[in-house]
Design a protein around this ligand. Structure first.
Ligand SMILES: NC(=O)c1ccc[n+]([C@@H]2O[C@H](COP(=O)([O-])OP(=O)(O)OC[C@H]3O[C@@H](n4cnc5c(N)ncnc54)[C@H](OP(=O)(O)O)[C@@H]3O)[C@@H](O)[C@H]2O)c1
Length: 333
C-alpha cells in the first residue's frame, strides 16, 4: 500500500502545548522541542524517525533541533529531516522553527570543525542542501573555539543572518565570558542573539551555578536546555538494568560507566519522588527544568513515539513545592 499523504492534526495548537517567549524577541517556542541528535540517522529506521516527527508536530512541537554532524553517520539526521520535509512538512514550513549548528567535528582536514568563517559558511550550505531548505530559523555556533578570534566566528553569524540563510543566530556551550562578548558583539551589529543552548538537568546545574541563565536573561536572550533527561538517566529506562535497545547499550556518548551504583541509587530515589507527585521520572525531570521561567524550552531526545507521549505530559505540572525542591537537592548530595 502507498503511504498516505501526511496531514497534520488540525488541533495541533490546542493539544496542550504551551509556548514561551524567547528572551527579548518576537519568537515563541514550545516548552518541549525535539532534538535529532540520536535516532534520526541512517542507522535508524526511517519509519520510526518519521512517526516521531509527525507525532511531535501534531502535538504542537514546532521546534526541531539539528546540527551538521547528527546521525550517525554525520549529516544523516539532516538528510532524514530533509526527507521528512519533502514528504510531509514542506506545506507547513512557515509553522516550523528549525535549527542547525556547526562547531564540532564534521569533515576531515583543517576546515571541518571549530569556528572559522570558512567552516561555518561551508557547513551551513551543506546543511541547507541536506535538509532541502532555503534557510534555517536559527544557526548556532555549536561550541566556543579558543583558537579562532571570536570576532571571526561572530561576524560570520552576522553575515549568515544578513544573507538570509538563517533568520536568527545563537550560541551553544559558550563559557560565560565568551557569551557576554558574543551578546554584545551581535547586538552592536543589530543581530540580537536569540538563544543560548546549554546542558541543564537535575544532575547538571552548571547554567544555574555559573550564572549563564541569569546572563542570558539580562541580555534578552532565551535559554534552551539540551539533554534535560541526562540522555535517559533521568527516566525509568535504567531502573532495572540496561535494556538492549537503550542508548547505553548502543554504546555512544552515554557510557555504562555513567550508571554507577551511586547514580542508580539517586535515580531510584528521584523516581519515588516523581511517583509521589503523580508523574513518571521523565515527566518530573522535564518539569524540573521548566519550573524556571528563565528557561524557554527543553530539547528532548526520544527513540519512540511512546516516549514522546510520556514526555509531553511533563508540561502539565511544572510547579514544585519548596519541600519537593529541597527533597531533590537532598537526594543529589
Ligand atoms: N548543543 C549541544 O551541544 C547539544 C548536545 C547534546 C544534545 N543537544 C540537543 O538536545 C537534544 C536532546 O538531547 P538528548 O537526546 O541527550 O536528550 P534527553 O532528552 O536528555 O535524552 C533522550 C533519551 O532519553 C531516553 N528517553 C527519552 N524519553 C524517555 C522516556 N519518557 N522514558 C524513558 N526513556 C526516555 C531515550 O533514550 P533511549 O534511546 O535509550 O530510548 C532518549 O533517546 C539533542 O537531540 C540535540 O538536539 C545539543
Amino acid at each position: 500500500m502507498i503511504n498516505p499523504v501526511y496531514s497534520p492534526d488540525s488541533n495541533r495548537y490546542d493539544n496542550g502545548m504551551k509556548y514561551r517567549r524567547c528572551g527579548r524577541s518576537g519568537i515563541l517556542l514550545p516548552e518541549i522541542s525535539l532534538g535529532l541528535w540520536h535516532n534520526f540517522g541512517d542507522v535508524n529506521t526511517f519509519a520510526n524517525s518519521q512517526a516521531m516527527a509527525h507525532y511531535a508536530f501534531d502535538k504542537g512541537i514546532t521546534h526541531f533541533d539539528l546540527a551538521n554532524n547528527y546521525g550517525p553517520s554525520y549529516g544523516s539526521a539532516e538528510e532524514t529531516f530533509g526527507m521528512i520535509m519533502k514528504k510531509s512538512f514542506m506545506p507547513y514550513r512557515d509553522e516550523l522553527f528549525i535549527s542547525t549548528k556547526a562547531g564540532h567535528d564534521m569533515w576531515p582536514g583543517p576546515y571541518g570543525e571549530w569556528g572559522s568563517r570558512k567552516y561555518l559558511m561551508n557547513s551551513l550550505d551543506q546543511s541547507l542542501r541536506r535538509m532541502s531548505l532555503d534557510y534555517v530559523d536559527i544557526f548556532y555556533s555549536h561550541r566556543y573555539d579558543p583558537e579562532t578570534p571570536l570576532e571571526e566566528t561572530l561576524q560570520t553569524l552576522v553575515d549568515i543572518v544578513r544573507q538570509g540563510k538563517a533568520l536568527y543566530a545563537g550560541i551553544s556551550k559558550y563559557p560565560k565570558e565568551a557569551a557576554g562578548f558574543a551578546y554584545q558583539y551581535l547586538e552592536e551589529r543589530d543581530v540580537h542573539c536569540l538563544l543560548y543552548q546549554g546542558r541543564y538537568n537535575i544532575f547538571n546545574r552548571e547554567p544555574e551555578e555559573e550564572g549563564i541563565l541569569q546572563q542570558a536573561r539580562e541580555n534578552g536572550t532565551g535559554f534552551i536546555a539540551f539533554s534535560p533527561l541526562a540522555q535517559g538517566l533521568l527516566t525509568n529506562r535504567y531502573l532495572n538494568g540496561i535494556p538492549e535497545d537503550s542508548r547505553i547499550a548502543k554504546g555512544g556518548f552515554l557510557k555504562k560507566e555513567a550508571l554507577t551504583g551511586d547514580t542508580l541509587g539517586k535515580i531510584k530515589a528521584l523516581n519515588e519522588l516523581a511517583i509521589r507527585r503523580g508523574q513518571t521520572l521523565a515527566e518530573m525531570s522535564l518539569a524540573w527544568v521548566l519550573k524556571d521561567e528563565m528557561v524557554t524550552s527543553v530539547i528532548i531526545g526520544a527513540s519512540s513515539v511512546a516516549q514522546l507521549t510520556d514526555n509531553l505530559k511533563g508540561i502539565e505540572n511544572t510547579a514544585f513545592a519548596p519541600e519537593e525542591i529541597e527533597a531533590i537537592n537532598q537526594i543529589l548530595k
